[in-house]
Design a protein around this ligand. Structure first.
Ligand SMILES: NC(=O)c1ccc[n+]([C@@H]2O[C@H](COP(=O)([O-])OP(=O)(O)OC[C@H]3O[C@@H](n4cnc5c(N)ncnc54)[C@H](OP(=O)(O)O)[C@@H]3O)[C@@H](O)[C@H]2O)c1
Length: 242
């Protein structure tokens, strides 16, 4: 019988992002039971409410193991999970000469150490045919000056997904690697978002930037397919080859 996301319990960590909102919205339409987790409980509650009244929220800070343990305890009491997704990121960008240890550690907490601790505390709560899904990114495969932390953390996500898939089998572990996606946070990264998108679209084989719905579709494909594990699925319009 084909696997479906109907009635599956999905926890999304880093729920304040546009990509998380798109994924949560689509999962609700699939009939899944969605919980959003974030480090700021008010922002997380607002993000959950914006997606739908049935979406639950919990506190979880990837830089704090006690917070991860407490969230796992809540999930255990509630009966467990089918899928755990972490979209969280802390960018820590800048020329290497300017990088500060604190920002680097925050970036590694969000993308590398935090996800490994999620696996530590949540893997035993994942149901049969369930999975863990983490977010990598194009910066690992097309490194650019000023993006050392982003490249290193995103590359590590891909590696940890394969390593965890081997160790936690048969629980599946995968990664999604978005390219440039039309999300609001680009306003804080580039001076002119639309101009930047035009430039990216011109060189990408897909001739456009991505939409959060493109990423959501790829993420749900990985959640739903019981024979994919240890993989990184690139959703970058072919940008790695341009
Ligand atoms: N957008 C793109 O074009 C693009 C491109 C390549 C890869 N990606 C990847 O796709 C994912 C989603 O991207 P996005 O742009 O939608 O992300 P975003 O808007 O920057 O959101 C990141 C989220 O991570 C949360 N977060 C950061 N540190 C955390 C921690 N210690 N504990 C818990 N939550 C934490 C933030 O919480 P607060 O709200 O508390 O700050 C925020 O909700 C990321 O992994 C990103 O690297 C995106």
């Amino acid at each position: 019988m084909p696997y479906s996301l109907k009635d599956k319990r999905v926890l999304i960590v880093g729920g304040g992002s546009d990509i998380a909102a798109a994924l949560a919205t689509d999962l609700l339409e699939d009939g899944a039971r969605v919980t959003i987790a974030g480090r700021n409980i008010e922002r997380t509650a607002a993000a959950a409410k914006a997606v739908g009244d049935t979406v639950r929220h919990i506190a979880l800070d990837l830089s704090d193991e006690e917070s991860i343990r407490a969230a796992a305890d809540q999930v255990r009491v509630a009966g467990g999970l089918d899928h755990l997704v972490s979209v969280a990121t802390e960018r820590g960008n800048g020329p290497v000469a300017s990088l500060e240890r604190r920002a680097l550690l925050a970036a590694f907490d969000a993308k590398v150490v935090g996800p490994i601790l999620l696996a530590k505390h949540f893997a035993s709560l994942i149901a049969e045919e369930g999975s863990l899904l983490f977010f990598s990114g194009l910066a690992a495969w097309r490194p650019k000056p000023g993006h050392v932390a982003m490249a290193a953390t995103n590359g590590s996500v891909s590696t940890l997904a394969s390593a965890l898939a081997v160790e936690l089998a048969p629980t599946r572990v995968n990664a999604v690697s978005p390219g440039v996606i039309d999300t609001s946070n680009w306003d804080t990264v580039v001076p002119d978002r639309q101009e930047f998108f035009r430039h990216v679209a011109a060189s990408a084989p897909a001739r456009r930037v991505g939409d959060p719905s493109d990423v959501s579709a790829a993420a749900r494909a990985l959640l739903i397919n019981p024979y994919i594990t240890g993989e990184t699925l690139h959703v970058d319009g072919g940008a790695r080859w341009s």
